[in-house]
Design a protein around this ligand. Structure first.
Ligand code: ADP
Ligand code: MG
Length: 258
């Protein structure tokens, strides 16, 4: 006998009828910690925050033109500023009332998003991707704050590193849970803070889950050869929507393809 469904319940792969966004839990952030960790878009005192406003507008334009929403953020090697870019861009986006953004910590071998925001979490992204816990267990909004971080941003936080990130990304189940998250929460933009592209094959394994890529080059770190190899690995069918030159002299958008 078929049983009746209560709101919010999932039946197999059917999307839930209710919009779960409003029910997501929230966390509070400390402005001092954010400032210390270079979340420059929060207080807006660092002039570089303007670069993220420009990046935000250009990205939204490109996504709207192409009908995309899933953006991977990567760099050739670690330490170039992927997480820095991801957080600052996400906060800039959160100030648009009519745009829902989800930022996912997908650098599974080196989770750092929660730490950047000074947050302690006890949920694991790997468990979400393995379908063991629902999206709402790892997603958190930022509660009322003086920094104008909007309620239109949800952060997918992770506290435990995964040794088998590439294998996990390749599972059909991973595609399924990410698709379900999109259906249930209806984000306009999903930013995936990815691992470095040249370190392992994690970014190659993640390709099916993104529409396009933002590339972060680390000033004084990244060589032209590494950038070329990164673009080659990402592949032509996942276009690079923008290149951010970070740490050179603040932050600048070096190239914008769309
Ligand atoms: N524009 C910048 N100016 C100064 N420090 C930066 C800048 N961008 C990133 N950093 C710092 O460099 C380190 C690496 O940045 P992070 O975003 O964690 O790199 P990734 O995620 O690519 O490994 C962090 O300590 C971060 O605070
Ligand atoms: Mg990082």
């Amino acid at each position: 006998m078929a049983s009746a469904q209560s709101p919010g319940q999932t039946a197999g792969d059917l999307p839930r009828i209710v919009d779960l966004w409003g029910g997501l839990g929230s966390v509070s952030v400390d402005p001092v910690v954010l400032a210390r960790n270079l979340v420059i878009t929060a207080a807006r005192t660092d002039p570089a925050h303007g670069a993220f406003d420009v990046l935000r507008s250009r990205l939204l334009q490109a996504l709207a033109e192409k009908g995309w929403r899933r953006v991977g953020i990567t760099s050739p090697t670690k330490g170039c500023g992927k997480t820095f870019t991801a957080i600052n861009l996400a906060i800039a986006l959160s100030r648009y009332d009519n745009c829902r953004t989800i930022l996912m910590d997908m650098d599974l071998r080196n989770p750092s998003l929660a730490g950047y925001l000074g947050l302690k979490v006890d949920r694991t992204m790997g468990d979400f991707l393995r379908e063991e816990i629902p999206a709402e267990a790892i997603l958190r909004k930022v509660g009322p704050n003086d920094l104008r971080i909007g309620a239109n941003l949800a952060l997918g936080l992770n506290h435990r590193a995964e040794a088998y990130a590439a294998e996990l990304f390749q599972e059909d189940r991973t595609a399924r849970v990410l698709e379900r998250m999109e259906k249930d929460l209806r984000p306009d933009v999903i930013l995936h803070d990815l691992p470095p592209a040249l370190a392992q094959d994690d970014v190659i394994a993640f390709r099916p889950h993104m529409d396009c890529v933002l590339l972060v080059a680390g000033g004084g770190l990244t060589t032209p050869r590494e950038m070329k190899e990164t673009v080659r690995r990402i592949g032509e069918d996942k276009p690079v929507v923008g290149v951010i030159l970070n740490k050179a002299d603040g932050v600048s958008i070096a190239e914008y393809a769309y």
